[in-house]
Design a protein around this ligand. Sequence first.
Ligand code: SF4
Length: 192
Amino acid sequence: MEEFYTIQGEGSHTGKAAYFIRIGGCDVGCHWCDVKESWNASLHPATNTDLIVNNVLKYANTVVVTGGEPLMWNLDYLTKKLKDNLINTHIETSGAYPLSGIWDWICLSPKKNKLPLTEVLEKAHELKVIVFNRHDFIFAEEQAAKVGGNCILYLQPEWSNREKMTPLIVEYVMKNPKWKISLQTHKYLHIP
Ligand code: SF4
């Protein structure tokens, strides 16, 4: 769908320069999704993977594969090529589809509409739950109970509701310090 070099705004790798590859197609259907234009994959013509890898090599040593839901596609070839070139491979996924690809960092952002598969929960390096309303704290705890012991736990306010939810997240994290706050810092910085 698009590729661009920017700064990772969220989660453990916040502040790092990274080349983003956004893959079209998602059927998870979050009502607050901020990339709804990604949902219909047929609107985004297929792009040659080798060309994308060549573009990465001009800019970055870290790639973030996102979407859409990137695991709707098999990512073995893309990530093999990236690893052959010593690129760090990160993915942002809802975990709703089987894991493919070779990953240095798996950010699992589970969604209530289409729950993550056990294999993704077990391999996630960070769990990033988007908090749109109070029930999302309950959902976050349910998902945290299913990830591995070393998985880093993040609560991130949904952007359109951040004024309301951020104070609640601050209070929640202070009471439940196994969680950390993740903010969409790229949006505060006005970068992609
Ligand atoms: S999983 Fe991501 S891309 Fe898909 S609808 Fe939800 S927020 Fe949007």
